[in-house]
Structure formats: structure tokens, C-alpha cells
Design a protein around this ligand. Structure first.
Ligand SMILES: *[C@@H]1O[C@H](CO)[C@@H](O)[C@H](O)[C@H]1NC(C)=O
Ligand SMILES: *[C@@H]1O[C@H](CO)[C@@H](O)[C@H](O)[C@H]1NC(C)=O
Length: 268
């Protein structure tokens, strides 16, 4: 029998804390309770990877996989190792995909990401919390960043799927998330570029201009929406590179982490 953890309690505690902060404590802004109460994470779906010398900043890592799987090693473990070595506590979300849940998936992965944020916040380990997503995990991260009331501190998106516009999306991600014939309303509601507001957290975005799987327009449209809403951002578009290169640490032409590190140092 599968065991489930309800995060209702985990969400309620910081919520009460926001109403009545303990002396010396800063109130936290929780996700809306009505939304978060519905969230359920299966045990083991969210794994914690602590930094040996924590700097107080945490990051929820959301690997890609076209909503058909989760790249837990290649994008997950490599990213947590990278973050932990730099003092960031990290969590990895093994969200529902076509491999593990009925399709169309929406809004199951979105609820899981919100539940993960609520659970991490309830642990009170970090004073700032961001989300870092790759590809379809970038879509899930962008949806979470733009969810009203969630108030993450920052986002990092690597070659993200942003839009569900059929001409520019990743077709497989769209099909698994919202089905073959979604309503226009659903397509718009799941296109992250339509959800940006002045409250959207500051964001770093990386893409390659000739990404053959997820068109660079996904990043350009999100960046345009951030600019229109005066949200601070940094975007790095490199001229050439395949989709799914992860951190590319060993590739001098494509390693994008020096720019990311500068952004993290001055913008988080
Ligand atoms: C991720 O979740 C799926 C579905 O629950 C599960 O089959 C798989 O073992 C999980 N992966 C890890 C590494 O925990
Ligand atoms: C990811 O980590 C593995 C070892 O776990 C390593 O072999 C591989 O080169 C890394 N990939 C990237 C893209 O960093």
C-alpha cells in the first residue's frame, strides 16, 4: 500500500506563523491555504540534499524529461552536487509524468510542485527559497514561479518549455500535460508567459539559440513578459548547443554556470 503525506498541516503551520509571528521571527508568506490544502505528495517524491556549509538559501530542483519522465541523475543529481558544493541546500522533485500517472497530467505536477514548496517552507531551514527547472521541469518551475501567492524568492530556468502555443511549444510536453485538443483557455492558463506579473520573482534563464527540441522563443517570450512587468532578470542565450546539456560543466563553449554564479552572487 502506498503511503501518502498530507501537507495540509505543514502548510497551516507557517500560515499561522504569518498571522502570529513568534517574537523575533519574520512572518512568512505562504501559498493560499485553499490551494495548498488540496496538495498531496507521495513519500519519497521530494528528496533533500543538504549543503555541508549551508548559506541559508534553498533551491527546489525540477529536472526535465518532456513530462514523460524525470531526469533525476543527469539534471537532478548533477545540479544538487553543484549547489551543495556552493552552500545551497537543495531538494529534488520527482513529479508525476506520463510514465507514472494518467495523461493529460495537468494539474497534478503543478500541485506537486506547490506542495513541495509548502513542505520545504514548513521545515524552516532556509531564509530564501528558489526553484531551478530544466526543459519540461522549467515549465513546471515557471508555472510555480507565476502562481499567485507562492512568492518564491527567485527562479532559474534552463532551456525551459514556457509556452503551450502549438507552433512553439515542445509537442510531447504539451500532449502529456494538457492533451491533444486542449481548450484555448487551458492552453493560455498553462502558458507561463501569460502568467507573469510584477510579483513574479527575479529569474535567470539560459537557452541555446538553435535548440532543436525546445525553440528559443520559449525563453524570449518569458523574458519579454518579465521586461513588460519590470521583473529583474538575466538571460543568457548561447549561439549553439543541443537541447538538454544540463550544466555543461565540461564544455568550455557551453558551460553557462559562470554567468549563473554572477547572477546568484548579486541578484539573490
Ligand atoms: C520517482 O517516482 C516514480 C513514480 O512514483 C517511481 O517509480 C520512481 O522510483 C521514483 N524515482 C526515485 C529515484 O525515487
Ligand atoms: C553528470 O554527472 C555524471 C556523474 O554522476 C557525470 O558523468 C556527467 O558528466 C555529468 N553531466 C553533466 C552534464 O554535468
Amino acid at each position: 500500500m502506498k503511503r501518502f503525506i498530507t501537507v495540509a498541516t505543514a502548510v497551516l503551520l507557517p500560515y499561522l506563523g504569518a498571522t502570529l509571528p513568534a517574537p523575533g521571527e519574520t512572518a512568512q508568506i505562504p501559498p493560499p491555504v485553499a490551494l495548498a490544502n488540496r496538495q498531496v505528495l507521495e513519500e519519497g517524491q521530494l528528496t533533500f540534499h543538504p549543503a555541508t556549509e549551508p548559506n541559508g538559501v534553498g533551491i527546489l530542483v525540477v529536472p526535465g524529461g518532456g513530462y514523460s519522465g524525470v531526469s533525476l541523475d543527469y539534471e537532478g543529481a548533477n545540479t544538487t552536487a553543484y549547489l551543495n558544493a556552493r552552500g545551497y541546500d537543495a531538494w529534488v522533485l520527482n513529479y508525476s509524468t506520463a510514465a507514472t500517472a494518467p495523461t493529460p497530467l495537468y494539474p497534478k505536477p503543478q500541485k506537486e510542485a506547490l506542495a513541495a514548496v509548502a513542505q520545504i517552507r514548513s521545515e524552516n531551514r532556509v531564509s530564501k527559497l528558489g526553484i531551478w527547472g530544466y526543459s519540461a521541469g522549467g515549465h513546471l518551475s515557471a508555472m510555480t514561479l507565476t502562481e499567485p501567492g507562492v512568492a518564491l524568492d527567485f527562479g532559474i530556468l534552463a532551456y525551459p518549455v514556457i509556452t503551450m502555443d502549438p507552433d512553439f511549444t515542445h509537442a510531447g510536453s504539451r500532449r502529456y500535460l494538457i492533451g491533444e485538443n486542449p481548450s484555448l483557455e487551458l492552453q493560455v492558463a498553462t502558458s507561463a508567459e501569460t502568467r507573469v506579473t510584477p510579483q513574479t520573482p527575479r529569474t535567470f534563464i539560459f537557452h541555446t539559440a538553435n535548440d532543436p527540441v525546445v525553440p528559443v522563443e520559449n525563453t524570449l517570450w518569458f523574458v519579454s513578459a518579465l521586461a513588460a512587468n519590470k521583473v529583474p532578470f538575466q538571460s543568457l542565450v548561447l549561439p549553439d548547443g543541443n537541447h538538454g546539456i544540463a550544466l555543461a560543466l565540461a564544455d568550455p563553449e557551453r558551460n553557462w554556470t559562470p554567468e549563473l554564479e554572477r547572477w546568484m552572487k548579486y541578484s539573490i
